[in-house]
Design a protein around this ligand. Structure first.
Ligand code: IVH
Length: 689
């Protein structure tokens, strides 16, 4: 038995590794996320039963359990140098001529690679196992950030063996950690909806993510990695060219640059640089230049290094697209958490493919640092970011008529005196409207509740919400569930049809999955991924509401900040009132995603076998199965004498007939859920055991 399970474990782990590689190295997902999660769950379950199977390289072991105190220093035995930069093709030309002179007798060839805009790291593999990773730091000593690097799923913990060579005893591989654009956008959306400050750009977000002391937090950041170099190398088989090195890294399963160029002359190098510039907008991540490297590694040694950078490589940087325009005014947006965010209103200008009329200004400190005045001519820039940024003021264009901007001391919406709040991420301090009844906050909270990621209520957009609030019909989410058709239809610009669509959307939202409801509450630091973790670890909302902060931190993925925030939120009498009104409106508080830590849950359905048939009104088959299992029950596919109850939906067929023949009790979804909410709900079924 144990050998078959051992084999299954080895096979599963290898399969997950292969899928990681297909996804992260080759960019070709082979299975759905659902299927992937299923395999990972099976592996976890096997390891729960057989802890002796667990190795540090198991795909389940990516995320450490505990925050670390601080990052230990890591000395680089081969210094991590930086690169000489230039914006001029002429300087690339003279760089190549210079190198050629140093090795006049050689015919040189070059490799051109994208310069990924991220954070340089070094990964140490010993005989194919990832054992340590560090940042560049000052080039000689960096921070050891192994536990954060392990969370990057594109980073193999075990290298693929190659046919022709043994693993080197030690290979220190170098590359760049970065946030892909979609990951960066997702992270910022999540932060915004969790009431946190947006990151200004993907690079800052990467730096911030790698600095997390809690690896569980780092694991939530969708970081990626690309490898392009080698430092210390002990063992045989060191490649002789950059091309070979990249091929070797790739065969080991490490992600390498998605496109590189081999060039034999100055002109070919410049052509490659130009082609990369044309292509890079389509890459899934930000690049800020091209790196030109001498191909043959042993020649690099002859050419040598300066104090800071190698003489055999150079970075050509692309100028970011910029434009000049006039700052007409600054408006203040009031977010759902009361955050006051300044927005630059600009004279519209065409930049990198679109017309730009607004740019974010982050916070008051950002304004002050840039010394922005109304009427100023400013330089705006679209680097990788979708939202343009104001880079600086063109002071020589000042006429004297510009006016300093005074950040309002009151909320522009409700006139409450703003309060100052220090932001943990070190990105400065921001102002907040402290009035929870501020109409802008009320609207923001309702819009958030109705939004796609939350309760997904059709028709509950900005306009509808504004009208409801103005008319005094809704102040919090619970009010939505008591709206009458006539009230909504009577609103300005709303007809009978849109009103009834909206009400149907509200109705349908009563049974949304629990994580959507939790997310919809808009608790600080509780984004969609935290909400999912909560729904997986607690059977229902009441259990979450009554958990203390220390209890909450026992859950994988919930750190102290989040736990405190949850505890505070649920302790607030206003929020308690909201929850109890939502409950009495009949909202779904049970978690169908609940997965107790132990393989077999104990609960109301322990010892009972349930058969599902037909289409249930709200629960999918998967959700119903998880729900049964999470309460300790078993789901079986066919009706027999051993079946304790049939959960039947619409168009139930032969299973229903058979259950009736065998006198097996049949429940519909409503009855089933109702019983689950009572401690003695399944008592009678048990007596017939
Ligand atoms: S080679 C000794 N290749 O750019 C040469 N660097 O400005 C070390 N970078 O610190 C670097 N993409 O963080 C190299 N394909 C690439 C790169 C790259 C990004 C970064 C790296 C380096 C910085 C220098």
């Amino acid at each position: 038995m144990s050998t078959t399970e051992r084999n299954r474990h080895v096979k599963l782990a290898a399969e997950i590794r292969r899928l990681d590689q297909a996804y992260y190295q080759l960019g070709k997902p082979e299975v759905t996320d659902f299927e992937y999660d299923r395999l990972l769950r099976e592996l976890t379950e096997l390891e729960t039963q057989h802890p002796e199977f667990i190795t540090p390289e198991s795909p389940t072991q990516r995320v450490g359990e505990k925050p670390i105190e601080q990052f230990p220093p890591a000395r680089h035995s081969v210094p991590m140098l930086s690169l000489e930069n230039t914006y001029s093709p002429e300087e690339v030309r003279s760089f190549i001529v210079r190198v050629q002179k140093l090795v006049a007798d050689e015919i040189l060839d070059w490799v051109v690679e994208p310069k990924v805009d991220g954070v340089a790291v070094s990964l140490t593999y010993e005989r194919g196992r990832f054992i340590r990773g560090a940042t560049r730091g000052d080039g000689v000593t960096g921070d050891e950030i192994t536990s954060n690097l392990r969370t990057i799923r594109g980073l193999p913990l075990l290298l693929n063996p190659t046919h022709d060579a043994e693993f080197p005893e030690t290979a220190e591989i170098r590359g760049e950690v970065y946030l892909p654009r979609h990951g960066f956008e997702r992270l910022n959306r999540e932060r915004e909806s969790a009431g946190e400050e947006r990151f200004a750009n993907a690079r800052n977000a990467t730096v911030g993510s790698l600095k997390q002391l809690d690896p569980r937090e780092a694991a939530r950041r969708p970081l990626a990695i690309v490898l392009y170099g080698v430092g210390e190398y002990r063992g045989t088989g060191l490649p002789v060219t950059q091309e070979e090195l990249l091929a070797r890294l790739k065969s080991w399963g490490l992600p390498t640059p998605e496109r590189t160029w081999k060039a034999n002359s100055i002109d070919e190098v410049l052509e490659a640089i130009a082609e990369l510039d044309r292509l890079r907008a389509q890459f899934g991540y930000d690049t800020d230049g091209a790196v030109v490297k001498l191909n043959r590694l042993h020649l690099r040694e002859r050419i040598g290094v300066t104090a800071k950078a190698p003489r055999w490589a150079m970075a050509y940087k692309y100028a970011p697209e910029q434009a000049e325009t006039r700052l007409k005014s600054i408006t203040i947006q009031v977010g759902r958490t009361g955050a006051l965010t300044p927005v630059a209103e600009l004279e519209p200008v065409f930049l990198a493919g679109s017309t730009v009329a607004r740019a974010t200004l982050h916070n008051e400190e950002d304004l002050r640092r840039k010394d922005l005045r109304l009427g100023d001519t400013v330089v705006i820039e679209k680097a990788g970011e979708v939202i343009p940024a104001v880079v600086r003021v063109v002071t020589r264009r000042r006429t004297g008529a510009e006016e300093p901007y005074v950040f309002p001391s009151k909320c522009p919406e409700c006139s409450s005196v703003a309060v100052r709040e220090v932001i943990a991420s070190g990105e400065g301090a921001s102002w907040r409207c402290p009035n929870p009844d501020c109409p802008a906050q009320v609207r923001g909270r309702l819009e958030h509740w109705c939004s796609r990621g939350a309760m997904d209520i059709e028709g509950g957009g900005e306009v509808m919400v504004a009208q409801l609030v103005r008319a005094g019909l809704a102040r919090d989410p619970a009010d939505l569930y008591r709206l009458k058709l006539a009230e909504v239809a009577a609103l300005e610009r709303q007809g009978e049809k849109s009103a009834s669509n909206f009400l149907a959307g509200i109705e349908a939202s009563r049974n949304r999955e629990l994580h959507r409801l939790i997310f919809g509450l808009g608790i600080l630091h509780v984004g969609i991924s935290v909400a999912k973790i909560l729904a997986r670890n607690y059977p229902d909302l009441n259990a979450i509401a009554s958990a203390t902060a220390p209890e909450l931190t026992l859950v994988d993925g919930i750190g102290e900040t989040i736990a405190k925030s949850l505890e505070n939120w649920f302790a607030d009498p206003v929020h308690r009132g909201l929850i109890s009104r939502l409950r009495s409106c009949g909202l779904q508080f049970q978690s169908a995603q609940y997965r107790p830590r132990d393989a077999q849950a104990v609960g109301l359905l322990t010892g009972l076998t349930v058969v599902l048939t037909g289409t249930l009104p709200t629960l999918s088959r998967e959700a119903a199965t998880l729900l049964v299992e999470s309460h300790g029950g078993k789901v079986s596919s066919g009706v027999s004498k051993k079946t304790h109850l049939l959960l039947a939906g619409e168009e139930a067929g032969s299973k229903l007939t058979k259950a009736q023949e065998l006198r097996i009790p049949v429940l519909n979804e409503g009855e089933f859920l109702e019983r689950l909410s009572r401690p003695d709900g399944f008592q009678s079924f048990r007596q017939s055991l």
